[in-house]
Design a protein around this ligand. Structure first.
Ligand code: PEP
Ligand code: MN
Length: 270
């Protein structure tokens, strides 16, 4: 990679990013939960269900970056408060997206990890602001971005003094239209080769169809990812966002029965 002077580049030991009680980069981390926080009941019931199946952390958006301004935009601060209650109920650390620098301070009061979404990967002022916090950051790959551009964005965060960055491959735009995006699984070994940062996979946004999510989760395990982030909703048919790609608790449970054993098997081969 030319034109790139990366603190993120390798030469040092692999970074383990601590998110409350969970260490990303050690073992295999499963983050699961709804696309959006819609209500206390929906969030807490989903949190309970994913915890029961072995999830390590809860995801859920309070601020939603929607392609249409007329789509559900999230509950905002009310959503953050619901996430906190879900943590109190289940003990699961909270991963949630920030879309605006003005929301960072209060999001830090309620969440354990800040997610930067694909649409904001190159929002440099937002990256610098999360780089000034003490919260770990989940940096999703821009849907139209190269790996070099992605790593430069990680660099913006690291340069502000926040070393706790986890990369997330969530699918990129290609000519294919059957799936919502194309999951670039080769990003896993590439990131391993180039950097010391952990990488997780988001198969839900990559494929956009629930019938395909489980297989891609297993593929992520086999390809050496540090974890996955998956959309699960207590009643996917009623979800206010991303319902077609969202698992129900039963589907998530079935998948988890395969994820952990496959990870143990792959670990044995390494
Ligand atoms: C999300 O995680 O719900 C989300 C909007 O993700 P992405 O930024 O990858 O589209
Ligand atoms: Mn979503």
């Amino acid at each position: 990679m030319k034109n790139i002077r990366l603190a993120a580049l390798t030469e040092r030991e692999k970074t383990v990013v601590r998110v409350d009680s969970v260490c990303i980069g050690e073992g295999f981390t499963v983050i699961a939960g709804p696309c959006s926080v819609e209500s206390e009941e929906q969030t807490i019931e989903t949190a309970r269900a994913v915890k029961e199946s072995g999830a390590d952390a809860l995801r859920g958006g309070a601020f939603k970056p929607r392609s249409s301004p007329y789509a559900f935009q999230g509950l905002g601060l009310k959503g953050l408060k619901i996430l906190k209650r879900a943590k109190e109920e289940t003990g699961l650390p909270i991963v949630t997206e920030v879309v605006d620098s003005r929301d960072i301070a209060w999001t830090c009061e309620y969440a354990d990890m800040l997610q930067i979404g694909t649409r904001n990967m190159q929002n440099y002022s937002l990256l610098k602001e999360v780089g000034k916090t003490d919260r770990p950051v989940l940096l999703k790959r821009g849907m139209n971005s190269t790996i070099e551009e992605w790593l430069n964005c990680a660099e913006y965060i690291l340069n502000e003094g926040n070393p706790n960055v986890v990369l997330c491959e969530r699918g990129i735009r290609t000519f294919e239209t059957y799936t919502r995006n194309t999951l670039d699984l080769s990003a896993i070994p590439v990131i391993r080769e180039l950097t010391h940062l952990p990488i997780i996979i988001d198969p839900s946004h990559a494929v956009g169809k629930v019938s395909l999510v489980s297989q891609m989760c297993l593929a992520a395990v086999a390809a050496g990812a540090d974890g996955i982030i998956v959309e699960v909703h207590i009643r996917p048919d009623e979800a206010l966002s991303d319902r077609d790609q969202t698992m129900n608790p039963g589907q998530f449970c079935e998948m988890m029965k395969r994820v952990r054993p496959l990870h143990r098997f792959m670990d044995g081969l390494r």
